[in-house]
Design a protein around this ligand. Structure first.
Ligand SMILES: [Zn+2]
Length: 419
């Protein structure tokens, strides 16, 4: 699959995960009876089953019969789900949620959810039994966005790596043979200075080489490169054009850091936090700027569910813009009398209303199959037509407008369609 395809897959997956998490957070167990298990991809399923079995027998000691039954039921349900897996969980691991949730009127319902292959790897095994489902680690993974290249260097040492979401991955390090400022006896001062400059230049080239190897191939996915180090090293390095010209422009900031070992990478990310947040929102802002420019003075903007959908079906949408806060269903009314199709976007909690065909006025029968998540509906078409999907945050004015004034759906077109 192409890298762009991967990105869309993960955007869609993130949306699916976000929805499940929102549902789970609404649930409130009465007592400590909601079970959450995070399983990393290298953890054997048989180990997990053993752990669950152990918890099940320990739960026999719970005094309250109601709680005891609820916990044991949850664990049994989890064990049932684990049967579907072979030796290891799917790529990136998985998360299981199970428990008796309050369904109102003093009644409880068993809910079991399995989320496979989160957008980032589950880092460690966690068993959690409490009055809430443990959703925070997943939420962190979903909030995590972006791919940044990291370089920290002084004249003696350098490290390069990645910032993937909130995760720092050191990749390569180098240390230099640059002599200290103190020359040895017998060396001419001039010669010493020249050798030293040469050694520094060589080291910068080596560091740039490591960075280029890593970043150039990924330059289209990169959200930026951060460079850290003491002054004037990082300035010398950047001003000296050591980095490959294709990634020079990706440098979004340079920052002072005290260390240039692996901990320096973390220092760098901490110091760059503001720049990172800006870069994140900046991407969304740029999309919305372009949308508004087209809306006001061009003819490559579309918005609203139906218009956007029609343009999508024609294959005319370059980028589909969806408000991150949107949670809507769409009902598809297919008229049996005249073949006309109407769409109605509804709040997720609203029940499906009755409908008369907008074309012939006949009553249209609907079933549950005619109703689905509106975002899924559009993304599915987008994927078939090679349209990129962008989720737009509501943390800035134009992002908020997408949600409030444009129904949460918009698109930037490849060509004008007049729709
Ligand atoms: Zn009709």
């Amino acid at each position: 699959m192409s890298q762009e395809g991967d990105q869309e897959q993960s955007d869609r997956k993130k949306y699916e995960f976000r929805k499940v998490i929102e549902d789970l957070k609404d649930f409130d167990g009465s007592g400590t009876q909601l079970v959450t298990i995070y399983i990393p991809e290298d953890r054997q399923i048989s180990d997990v089953v053993q752990h669950v079995t152990q918890e099940h027998s320990e739960a026999a000691n719970i005094k309250s019969k109601q709680t005891r039954t609820a916990v044991q039921d949850a664990l049994t349900s989890i064990k049932d789900r684990l049967r579907y897996y072979d030796v290891y969980p799917p790529e990136n691991g998985m998360v299981l949620f199970s428990g008796a949730v309050d369904s109102g009127g003093g009644r409880t319902d068993m809910v079991t959810k399995v989320l496979e292959s989160p957008p980032q790897p589950v880092e460690s095994f966690r068993y959690h039994c409490d009055s809430d489902f443990l959703t925070e680690p997943l939420e962190h993974m979903l909030a995590d966005q972006g791919l940044y290249g990291l370089i920290v260097l002084d004249r003696r040492e350098a490290n390069v790596g990645w910032l993937k979401g909130k995760r720092i991955e050191p990749v390569k390090s180098a240390s230099s043979l640059v002599p200290g400022k103190q020359r040895k006896g017998g060396q001419s001062a001039q010669r010493f200075a020249r050798l030293r400059l040469e050694a520094i230049d060589n080291f910068y080239q080596e560091v740039a080489g490591m960075a280029n190897d890593l970043f150039v191939a990924k330059r289209h996915e990169l959200d930026g490169i951060l460079v850290g180090g003491p002054s004037p090293t990082k300035d010398e390095f950047l001003d000296g054009d050591y980095l490959h010209h294709e990634i020079q422009d990706n440098v979004i900031g340079k920052f002072d850091v005290a260390y240039t070992d692996e901990s320096g990478l973390k220092d760098l990310v901490d110091n760059a936090e503001e720049a990172l947040a800006d870069a994140e929102v900046m991407k969304d802002k740029n999309e919305m700027e372009e949308f508004f420019k087209e809306l006001n003075a061009g003819d490559l903007a579309t918005y609203g569910f139906e218009q956007t959908r029609r343009n999508l079906v024609m294959g005319a949408v370059d980028r589909l813009l969806i408000s991150e806060d949107l949670r809507k269903d769409v009902v598809v009314y297919d008229c049996a009398e005249c073949g006309n199709t109407d769409y109605e976007v509804l709040d997720r909690r609203k029940s499906t209303p009755s409908h008369t065909c907008s074309d012939c006025g006949a009553e249209v029968d609907v079933t549950d199959d005619d109703r689905e998540d509106a975002i899924d509906h559009l993304i599915e078409i987008a994927e078939q037509r090679g349209t990129e999907t962008k989720f737009i945050s509501t943390d800035f004015e134009k992002g908020e407008q997408l949600y409030n004034a444009f129904g949460g759906f918009a698109g930037i077109l490849r060509y004008s369609t007049g729709v």
